[in-house]
Write a protein that binds this ligand. Sequence first.
Ligand code: MG
Length: 319
Amino acid sequence: MHSVPDRAQRAAGALVGSAVGDALGAPFEFGLAGDFSARFPVPGRGGEMCGGAGWDAGEATDDTQMALHVADSLLANAGLDLPDIFGRFQRWAAAEPKDIGLQTEDVLTNGMPWDLAAQLHFQVNHRAAGNGSLMRATTAALYFAREGRAATMDAARGIAALTHGDRAAWEGTALFHELLRLTLAGADPLAAVPQTLALVHPDHRERYATVLAPGWHPDDATEFNGAVWPCLGSAVWALRTTASYEEAVRAAVDLGGDTDTVAAVTGALAGARHGIAAIPAGWTAPLHVPLPGAAEPGRTLRLADLTDLAHRLDAPRPG
Ligand SMILES: [Mg+2]
């Protein structure tokens, strides 16, 4: 058993936990439910960070890469600079990351200005409620947590809107920010779901109430888990139905489908809840995040870099 984590351990747990979930899930993306547990039936045996499908063992994907570009922007500008984040995303997309969401790629490369690109894509395609803004939200959720509920939810919406024109994606990301804020403070995010739903835009409240309800199961989803609603619902389900970081992330990957992203979102919440010490060392040792588009060519972040970054994002700021 681990002792109750303090705030710094929760912050590091969130960022490392999200990156670990991303890397653990990546080789299983688009697979079937049960693929992971069929290959690794007994928890704790080791070797689960296996790589495959084009990913090295322990290599995190676009989810974590985009989150790190957001972190760099927030720290470099001492706050939210949406055009700067959009520009960093564009440089990342141009640096040929191994994976990039179809919609995200279109929005970042269609030549439109930062405040019009996503909205234009939505008007043309009418579908923009993927989980691509939720998957990268951990760093901003850490940074804005100390500014309180309204500020962190508004920041989530602003960053989500850079690539996703559908308000459903903004609201799902805002819910995630608030649940992570509460968890960092040592509160129970599951108990806080009803009061958090009250802060969601009324047009989107009912659909999130459905997927966040205590009796909801990922099998009840009406869309593929690459959509924002079942992705967040599955992460909260994994948190609710397990007692450890390892169990939660195993459950997330074992759902199949968009495994890296569902596990990245789950890993953030479970890492914050259980703390950095609860994340298996066999999963953090091979963890690495190559960062295409970084100012420093070839930059790759590892466990110590991510822990340090989490502490800088979480640090109290003057004013
Ligand atoms: Mg990914």
